[in-house]
Write a protein that binds this ligand. Structure first.
Ligand SMILES: [Mg+2]
Length: 121
């Protein structure tokens, strides 16, 4: 079973993402900010991270940079979540190490196709 870490400060979004991912046969963990996510990755590296941009404590961008600096092996694939308003962030996120992005709100088919692109689904 593939593992996915859902990183979002919204409990509702984590719940929705978890539900979709479980129907895609992922084992799901959750983190409420980048710092929690980094700690999780250092303990157990997931196959893929679904990453929010705006979060307290440590943002998605800061998480990407920290993950690049941390010796996390194997390095998880990262699918970055953005909104239509945040589309300018995509280039910066890809440059910082994100593998793909998905627009919020996403549905099952969209998320599945993004996970396929990064090779985990
Ligand atoms: Mg957020």
């Amino acid at each position: 079973m593939k593992t996915c870490l859902v990183v979002d400060d919204s409990k509702v979004i984590r719940k929705v993402a978890r539900h979709i991912l479980e129907t895609l046969n992922f084992q799901v963990s959750e983190a409420g900010d980048g710092a929690e996510a980094l700690q999780h990755c250092q303990q157990t590296s997931p196959d893929v991270v679904l990453l929010d941009w705006n979060m307290p404590v440590m943002s998605g961008m800061e998480f990407l940079r920290a993950l690049g600096d941390a010796a996390v092996a194997p390095r998880p694939k990262v699918v970055f979540c953005t909104t239509e308003n945040g589309i300018a962030h995509i280039k910066a996120a890809i440059e910082a190490g994100a593998d793909e992005y998905v627009m919020k709100p996403f549905d099952r088919d969209t998320l599945a196709s993004k996970l396929q692109i990064v090779g985990v689904c």
